[in-house]
Design a protein around this ligand. Structure first.
Ligand code: ADP
Length: 486
């Protein structure tokens, strides 16, 4: 456990290009701070288009040999990388917590989740099957093979600093692609620690490159490069749309995991303790900063008070505070002061329009970017808390009477990522799972993410799926080969 502590990684401002840690000059750096304490964790390079082009060239060169390695050889390295992530789990979990602020239990949880993508895709590497199609004519055979798309650009957000990287990079590398990754500048050290471990696992130079700095400059260098054949983006809908436009000129493949506005519906026949637990898990993980967080909770009027009472009791039991030490707190900060301002404004706006605060409702404690976990009732669906993605610890609870009405409201959004339903009625479970216009439906559960299932959205929540047997599709081209004169 010698290398992978934050002090080592942050000794110098480093990026990872062509298998080497490249240092920036002291005047070309970005400071990274712990969102819970505002203490500086170190600096990273403020690189731009030039360094991104170097990284793309490295990835392009590495593609020639990496794309022709045997799938098993790729699997062995991915598996070793996974094993190292588990071996150094204590360090990696702490890095995630220090830079994102999430409670240490969630930091360790994310590290395991992140490592599992490498394990999953290691196994998928050997299962990228083609097809033989029954011949349309005599003397002819029609076959389909799948080949890696080429260099993949990967742009990731700060809310899961490790997992958003491994779920894209794991699939790309398993398929035989090479990558240029731009992590969020707010949480870059997880990415750099992963690069160290990848190198130790035996990943050849240039297969994985990490560049940090001026996000729009790096983004444009990736999206305008013809060598980059696929862009995998996880982040806001606004930036995603912009990158889609930028990628049009080179007709790149796109993987887009954008914002959500998840409904969570509790019917009168729900198991109430399960529903309360589901609301807590779906809303408050990572202080509400996940794209699958419940954004709008609808509870049937007949059980409204009971459910609200259960939720409020659990919300009041949270201990807000930095939890690298779990004794100190179990509810972390928001990522930066702007996020606190935004959440506070959303909360105040709702209150002004008539919402009632049953728990929380203000910033603090201390100087970190904290906002209390907050329960709002008397909410109407036209309020901004329901119309926009909150991405913070505000829980608006609305009451409803009728299934058709609630389904109509739930679907009345351009987002289509996750949704949740609590009901013990099996017919309703099937009915709702088909009626809800979302890429994922959790029935009687508040957590849906796992590497074995296809994660992704419909409508403006994105394109493509990560994880599962479908995830690898994003990184391969289908080639049809006709054999004639046989
Ligand atoms: P979030 O609200 O989750 O921070 P963003 O879309 O702003 O969502 O950020 C997600 C990722 O996109 C981050 O790595 C960020 O640096 C990057 N990013 C932001 N703006 C651009 C841009 N114009 N071009 C490319 N990447 C960008």
């Amino acid at each position: 456990k010698k290398y992978y502590t934050i002090p080592k990684i942050v000794e110098k401002p480093l990026n990872f290009i062509n298998g080497a840690f490249v240092e920036a000059s002291a005047d070309q750096v970005i400071d990274v701070v712990n969102p819970a304490t505002h203490v500086s964790l170190g600096t990273i390079p403020k690189f731009g288009a030039t360094e991104t082009r170097d990284a793309i060239s490295a990835a392009e060169n590495a593609f020639e040999s990496w794309s022709t390695t045997l799938p098993r050889a790729r699997a062995v390295i991915l598996r070793r990388w996974h094993d190292l992530m588990i071996e150094y789990g204590d360090n990696l979990g702490a890095i995630i917590t220090r830079e994102s602020g999430k409670p240490i239990a969630e930091g360790h949880g994310e590290n395991i989740y992140a490592a599992r993508f490498l394990e999953w895709y290691a196994n998928e590497a050997e299962r990228i099957y083609g097809d033989i199609i029954p011949s349309p004519r005599h003397g002819v055979r029609t076959t389909v093979i799948k080949q890696p798309v080429g260099v993949v650009g990967v742009i990731t957000p700060w809310n899961f600093p490790a997992a958003m990287i491994t779920r894209a990079v794991g699939g790309a590398i398993a398929a035989g692609c090479t990558c240029v990754v731009k992590p969020s500048e707010l949480t870059p050290f997880s990415a750099l620690a992963l690069a160290q471990l990848a190198q130790e696992a035996g990943l050849p130079n240039g297969v994985l490159n990490i560049v940090t700095g001026d996000a729009p400059a790096i983004g444009s260098a990736l999206s305008s490069s013809f060598a980059v054949r696929k862009l995998s983006f996880t982040g806001s809908t606004k930036v995603g749309k912009q990158l889609m436009r930028e990628c049009a000129d080179t007709v790149k493949k796109l993987g887009m995991e954008l914002g959500g506005n998840a409904p969570l519906i509790v019917f009168e026949d729900a198991d109430i303790p399960k529903a309360v637990a589901g609301i807590m898990a779906a809303k408050f993980r990572n202080a509400g900063q996940t794209c699958v967080c419940a954004n709008r909770v609808f509870v049937h009027e007949s059980i409204f008070d009971k459910v609200v009472e259960g939720v409020v009791a659990q919300v009041r039991a949270f201990r807000v505070g930095y939890s690298l030490d779990p004794k100190v707190g179990n509810f972390g900060p928001l990522i930066n002061p702007q996020a606190v301002d935004r959440v506070e404004a959303l909360c105040n706006e709702a209150v002004k329009a008539g919402a009632k605060v049953l728990a929380g409702g203000k910033r603090g404690p201390g100087s970190g970017n904290f906002f209390e976990p907050t329960v709002l009732t008397n909410v109407t669906h036209d309020m901004s808390v329901c119309q926009s993605e909150i991405f913070g610890p505000l829980l608006p609870i609305l009451s409803f009477k009728d299934e058709d009405e609630v389904v109509r409201l739930a679907n009345s959004t351009r987002a289509g990522l996750a949704s949740y339903v609590f009901t013990e009625n099996y017919k309703r479970q099937w009915r709702l799972s088909e009626k809800l216009q979302f890429g994922m439906v959790g029935i009687n559960d508040g957590i849906v993410s796992t590497p074995v299932a296809p994660f992704g959205g419909i409508k403006e929540s994105g394109l493509g799926r990560d994880g599962s047997k479908y995830g690898i599709d994003a990184f391969v081209d289908i080639k049809y080969v006709l054999h004639s004169n046989l």
